[in-house]
Each structure stands twice: as C-alpha cells, then as structure tokens.
Write a protein that binds this ligand. Structure first.
Ligand code: SF4
Length: 226
C-alpha cells in the first residue's frame, strides 16, 4: 500500500483525543477540501507491504493501544487497508479509521471505530458523503463536521437532526483551523470561535460534542508528524 508516513503521537481529535496513538497515513485523496491540512498526502509516499506496516506499528507501540488509519482518503485503498485493519484487530490494537465517507464503508470490520468527516458547504465538497454509509454507523463510530462559518454549523445541525445522528452514533462539531495558521497555538486560528460554537450548540439543545483539534494547541499549527 502507498504510505506517506507512520508515526506515534497523541490523538488530536475524536473522543479518543489525548491518548497516545500510532498514525498510518496513506497517500491520495479524491476530494479537495478548502481547509485541508494534509495536502502533502495527495502525491508521493512509498509502497510498503502489510508486513512492513505491521512491523513498524509494533516497533512504535509494542504493547497494543490505538492505531489510526488515515490519509488522504484511506478507503481509496480498501483492498489493502481492510485486511490491515483486520490484522491489527487480531493483534489486539484498538483501530480508528478516519474517512470522508465518500467511499462505501460496508466492508470495514465492525470493531473498527469509524470517524466519518461529513463535509460541510464551505469545504467545497458538500454532498460527497455517501448516504448509504449511515446504515453502517453504530455507537462505536463518530461523525465529525468541520465547521468554517455559521452556514456550516446550520448544515451540520440540520443533517444531525434530519438523520437522527445523535441516536445512531457519536457526533462532533469541530471548528475548522486556518490553513495558513502559523506560530501561535490559540483559538484565534479557528475559523469559528469555539466560544461562539459552544453557545450555538447549547442554545439549539444539541447532544453533540464540541471537538477541538488539540494537536494544534499543543504543537505549532503547521507542525507535521504530530
Ligand atoms: S478529505 Fe481530508 S485529505 Fe482529502 S482534501 Fe479533504 S481534508 Fe484533505
């Protein structure tokens, strides 16, 4: 499979935020989100066998723990990542899959925690989520909305209500981070003030989690491999 990088850091997002995690980042993406912070994944990387990936994960995290399969869009490599996820589960790892949900998710093992990033309008990729994937979601999974403005918030709120997402799965509303953010590690780099979003969520009575990308508050926003 075409791998950009494998490294260990802390999980920055989702309900697993703050836990040590090995990231297996695959190359290539079929979307072009306006705020994408992973454009370096669009090309390049190197071919590594499943055995090589498993060996590197074992070296970084010999006692189990979290492994996230991410990208780019890892489900573009479904024929390779599904067997990899099965093998990681068999070896006792807790496996997370970060995906846009544009590819079918029915083949993902149910023990994998899917983190599905449903695209909002300001991303420029709204409508790419495959609605049939809703049927694959359980309380083991999470749907994340990356929100750039009030319009995105209202889209996420209506999508959540219309599809009864709060009863299907865990739901995260996450302020988008400025693509050109440099230097300071603070909320001024968020396209929506987290304080505003917190107030909107409470005012609308939503049972969703406000998610901050904590790695962008721990390390400099432009840092890679964290
Ligand atoms: S789906 Fe992810 S990797 Fe692809 S363009 Fe959007 S944010 Fe970037």
């Amino acid at each position: 499979m075409q791998i950009i990088e494998i490294y260990k850091s802390l999980q920055g997002e989702s309900s697993f935020a703050g836990l040590p995690c090995v990231f297996v980042r695959l190359a290539g993406c079929n979307l072009r989100c306006a705020w994408c912070d992973s454009e370096y994944t669009f090309k390049g990387g190197e071919q590594r066998s499943q055995e090589e990936v498993l060996a590197e994960v074992a070296r970084l995290s010999p006692n189990g723990g979290l492994v996230e399969i991410t990208g780019g869009e890892p489900m573009l490599h479904e024929k390779e990542v599904v067997p990899l996820m099965r093998e990681l589960l068999a070896r006792g790892y807790c496996v997370l899959l970060e995906t846009s949900g544009e590819r079918p998710l029915g083949g993902v093992p149910p023990q994998v925690h899917k983190i599905v990033d449903v695209k909002c309008p300001a991303s420029g990729e709204a409508g790419t989520f495959r609605v049939e994937n809703l049927a694959t979601l359980t309380l083991n999974d999470e749907v994340k909305f990356v929100i750039s403005d009030r319009g995105d918030y209202e889209f996420a709120r209506e999508f959540t209500r219309t599809n009864h997402l709060e009863t299907l799965t865990n739901v995260i509303f996450s302020p988008a981070f400025r693509k050109d953010a440099r230097g300071s590690r603070d909320a001024a780099n968020c396209l929506v003030d987290p304080k505003d979003m917190a107030e909107w969520i409470v005012a609308d009575g939503l049972e969703v989690r406000l998610g901050l990308q904590i790695h962008k508050f721990i390390w400099e926003p432009q840092a890679r491999g964290v």
